[in-house]
Every structure is written in C-alpha cells, then in structure tokens.
Ligand binder design. Structure first.
Ligand SMILES: [Fe+2]
Length: 298
C-alpha cells in the first residue's frame, strides 16, 4: 500500500517528501462546502504534517476564512492591538498579513515596524506557540509571489524526535519551556519591544516533547519563540534548545516549498517548524495571507 492510499480522502494526496509533505493538485478542494471535506483534510494532515493545495486562482479572503473556520476557531492577530500596526491592508480580522506590503498596497518602507516584526518569520518557528492556547493549523495563501525564490521551508519534528539518541530522549522527556514572541523578534533584530507590546503578549509554557493527538507520534515542540527551559539556568537551557534546533533541521527533515500564485499550504504547527527564505523584499512584492486555527476548537 502506498503512503497516499493509506489516507482515505476523496481527493488524491501525492507524497512529495516521504510522509511529511503531501500535494493535492485537484483545484477547488478548499472551496468545497460539503460536510466531509474538513474531516478529510484533517485525515490528510494527520498523515502528512504539511499539505500543499494547488489552486488555479487564489481563494478570496472570504473563502479562505470560511474553509479555515471548518477546522476550528481562528486566531485574531494580537498585533492589531499595537498602534503602529492598526492601519491594516486587509480588513478581515482573521487574515494575518505576512507579505511585505503596507496598508496602501505598496512595498513596506525600510523603517516600517511591521517589516521588522515580520523579519522574525525567517527564523525556524511555529505559529502562535507563545500563547496558552496554541496555533494548530496555519493556512497560508499565495496571492502574489516574487519572480525570485521566496520560498518557505518546513521541518518535520516527528522525524527529528525519532532520530534523537535514546539518552537525549530520556533527558528531555519531562522538560517544559517558555515561549515568548518578543524573544524571537529581538533575536531577528526587532527593536526593543515597548511596554504596550510586552503587555499585549506575555509568554506561555509548553512541554518540549509531545504526542500528536491525530497520529499518536511523538514529536519535539520547538520554535525561535522558545526562550528558556523551566527550572534551568537560562543560558544552560538556551544551549540545549540550540542543540535540539540543530538536530531537528538537517536537510533530510526539511522540505522547501516554492510558491505559485493560488497555492495554499496547510501545516500543523504542533509537529513542524517553518521559516521564510530571505529574498530582496525591498524590490519585489509578496502578498501572502494566513489564517491560524486555535488548539482545541475543532
Ligand atoms: Fe510563521
């Protein structure tokens, strides 16, 4: 039996990176409104942690939100609370604008605070690990892509866990970590967060090793937001986190997705990491729109 046949879906899922990434070439799967579709997508996501849906044209924001809602409650971006970011290009509160365009639809100015904020997306991370209720699925839709490579890389945290030496698995089994969005922003060069920003999003605590509820596979739960190990001296904890990040991201665990307009990639933030590959974002437009489904709301 092939990997694809093991997932019972009415659409074909082609494996493009072992059991990590599946590709769906049927146009319109995410526009379906029948009752079965959400469960089928979840089944595919439990098998593959990343699914690439090739749509001939981008879903509208309303279609994007409507499908996402079938998977659970959507995150409302906390950044809209910040005055400097209140001027939004996209008026749907569920759409998180992760391209490089400003409210007028022009390439962001060099000193745009949102540009500095989004630079953190180039570090390995999971979306919304810095809240007690985490992000589960992210659905990222490509509306406009540059002519140069502006890819996204994904790392399989199930395979990474499986490959750890037994001694490391035993060492980390019961550890907990703190996740702070401001830690990763400062790592990526964001200016010192304001008191209002810090207050808008305090850190959250999560287990380092988790069991995926759909696949029952163990996986690491890491991210650039992961700032320390609970109960450990800060620097000692960060050294172990850096070691685990390196062990989790060799090339055999990483898939690089080259975007086409219309693509929607869904990934499971619980058992993957991802990062944007740097490109000349002062010259080329990139319009990417994300929704994120919150944990425990399906
Ligand atoms: Fe992200």
């Amino acid at each position: 039996m092939s990997i694809a046949e093991e997932v019972r879906t009415s659409f074909e899922v082609r494996p493009v990176h072992g059991d990590f990434v599946g590709e769906i070439v049927d146009d319109g799967v995410l526009r379906r409104t029948d009752d079965a579709i959400a469960a089928e997508v979840v089944a595919a996501m439990d098998r593959y942690a990343v699914c690439v849906f090739h749509n001939r044209t981008p879903l509208s924001d309303a279609e994007h939100i409507a499908f996402s809602r079938r998977l659970g409650t959507l995150q409302r971006p906390f950044t809209t609370k910040i005055a400097a970011m209140a001027d939004k290009r996209i008026q749907f509160p569920e759409i998180i604008d992760v391209g490089n365009l400003d409210a007028r639809g022009e390439i962001q100015a060099l000193d745009d605070r949102k540009r500095a904020f989004n630079r953190g997306n180039q570090l390995w991370h999971t979306d919304t690990s810095f809240t007690p209720v985490r992000g589960v699925y992210s659905l990222l839709s490509a509306h406009e892509v540059p002519p140069c490579d502006a890819d996204t890389e994904f790392a399989d945290m199930r395979a990474a866990y499986d490959a750890l030496p037994d001694a490391m698995k035993a060492r980390i089994e019961d550890l907990e970590t703190m996740h702070s969005v401001w830690y990763s922003r400062v790592l990526a060069g964001y200016p010192d967060p304001t008191a209002e920003e810090l207050q808008s999003q305090p850190p959250a605590r999560h287990r380092l090793v988790q069991v995926h509820p759909g696949s029952r596979r163990k996986h690491l739960y890491l991210a650039s937001h992961c700032s320390e190990i609970v109960g450990w001296p800060v620097e000692e904890g960060r050294a172990l986190l850096r070691e685990l990040m390196a062990l989790a991201t060799p090339s055999q665990f990483v898939h690089r997705h080259q975007w086409r307009v219309g693509d929607i990639v869904i990934w499971d933030n619980r058992c993957t990491m991802h990062r944007g590959v740097p490109f000349d974002d002062t010259s080329y437009r990139r319009d990417m729109r994300r929704t994120t489904v919150l944990e425990g709301t399906a």
